[in-house]
Ligand binder design. Structure first.
Ligand code: NIG
Ligand code: FE
Length: 412
């Protein structure tokens, strides 16, 4: 392989959002440009020009990708990818009718916490990197990873260090979700105090997370508790996101009004004023089709509210061992389309540019000049095969920072 940092991808049928501006989804320009050359230098897209204008010379690594669709790598703004243990039996009981909320009382998140605490750093690192690689092979080039299965100072710090280690290899964005569940055997006010006075300052000092998240729910944290956590997080300079309205409605809208959230996620029980408030504050609603599908909820009502206010949304897998054991953005797109009827061109925008904006990022999510050259080559003839072709991985090639890290073409 030529080690030059100059790469050109030729005969590319490029499909990309045209801008990273947070426009309403009805106005977001989606480019569909056959036979293009993507010119990449130092890990960045320099230009997209017709193939006939591609640069020539020995210094260029040339990839010919004719007959495929070339898109920005998918972005996952919501995953719980660092954990240990096995909750498959709980999942099957749920399929037989047991409620997720009831399962929280005996197992649930705290069952994963027990297994995660018992695992070594190396085991957790190995598991995490395995899952991140599964995502990458399926075209997800940037991924948010939450802590949240440690639920005490030491353990949450440890999980964030494990995520930090993965950053050497993956474009991983770390989120502190200490407020994921109430740990067993601890008074909730003591744990909240620990998060506020000890853990968040230590995370900031060691630069171990970009975001702070809270699971606001009858089985998680109350709105006043979340207010106290977000208040401290905001003061310390963390970016904010929240699990909202997953199982019921509550008055979390006061938090939206008070703090600048990059995104709010789940939203199955959101109301119109909630969505209005989010869009008016440039907060990205994140829909999680796989979780809704696993739990028997519907994202269609929330989707309709978003359309009603001419807004936008991202999607994500919510990959976790409890409610979404499916590390595949492609699968989230498929379920979003087949189970909930979301249009595929919107799902594509939701998994690229809006997912990037949900993470406050403008360097990813498009193939445009100065974007990171995180690019995927899909073995499909047009975008209309999204949500149509499923049960296989259509990703043929993946480029990360301009480097070709996966090539599954011509596999014998
Ligand atoms: O996003 N809502 C809370 N957290 C996860 C579930 C985590 C688990 O069950 O382990 C979710 O659905
Ligand atoms: Fe989640």
């Amino acid at each position: 392989m030529n080690l030059s940092s100059k790469t050109v991808i030729v005969h590319a049928h490029v499909v990309t959002p045209a801008t990273t501006d947070l426009l309403p989804i009805s106005d977001m320009p989606l480019l569909d440009l056959p036979d293009q050359a993507i010119i990449i230098e130092d890990g960045q897209v320099q230009a997209v020009v017709p193939s006939s204008e591609a640069p020539v010379g020995n210094e260029w690594n040339v990839y010919d990708v004719r007959h495929s669709i070339v898109a920005p790598g998918f972005v996952e703004p919501h995953t719980h990818s660092v954990f240990a243990g096995d909750r498959s039996m709980e999942f099957h009981s749920r399929i037989q009718g047991e409620a997720y909320a009831d399962q929280q009382k005996k197992g649930g998140i705290n069952a994963t916490v027990e297994a995660t605490r018992a695992a070594s750093d190396d085991e957790l690192s190995m598991h995490l990197q395995y899952w991140l690689n599964v995502f990458l092979c399926q075209g997800t080039t940037s991924i948010e990873v939450k802590s949240g299965y440690g639920l005490c100072h030491e353990q949450e710090m440890r999980l964030l260090r494990v995520i930090h280690r993965a950053k050497q290899k993956y474009d991983a964005v770390a989120t502190y979700l200490g407020a994921h569940a109430i740990p067993r055997g601890v008074r909730r006010e003591d744990y909240i105090e620990e998060m506020i006075t000890e853990t968040m300052p230590a995370i900031k000092e060691n630069n171990l997370a970009s975001f702070v998240d809270v699971f606001i729910s009858s089985v998680g944290y109350t709105v006043p508790e979340a207010d106290a956590i977000f208040g401290k997080a905001f003061e310390l300079g963390f970016q904010l996101k929240a699990h909202l309205w997953e199982m019921e409605h509550d008055d979390s809208r006061v938090l939206l009004e008070k703090y600048p959230f990059a995104c709010i996620d789940h939203l199955e029980f959101a109301q119109e004023e909630d969505i209005q408030m989010a869009i008016s504050k440039n907060t990205v609603p994140v829909l999680l089709p796989l979780t809704a599908w696993h739990l028997g909820y519907n994202i269609r009502d929330t989707y309709n509210l978003i359309k009603q206010v001419d807004g936008y949304y991202a999607i994500s897998t919510d990959f976790n061992p409890g409610t979404s054991f499916a590390p595949s953005t492609w699968q989230a797109i498929t379920v979003g389309h087949i189970a909930y009827g979301l249009p595929v061109h919107e799902l594509f925008l939701a998994a690229t540019v809006y997912a990037a904006r949900a993470l406050n990022r403008t360097d990813i999510g498009t193939i445009t000049p100065r974007s990171r050259a995180d690019i995927i080559v899909l073995g499909i003839p047009s975008l209309s095969w999204l949500g149509y072709l499923h049960g296989i991985n259509p990703v043929e090639m993946v480029f990360v920072n301009g480097n070709n890290v996966i090539d599954r073409r011509n596999v014998e």
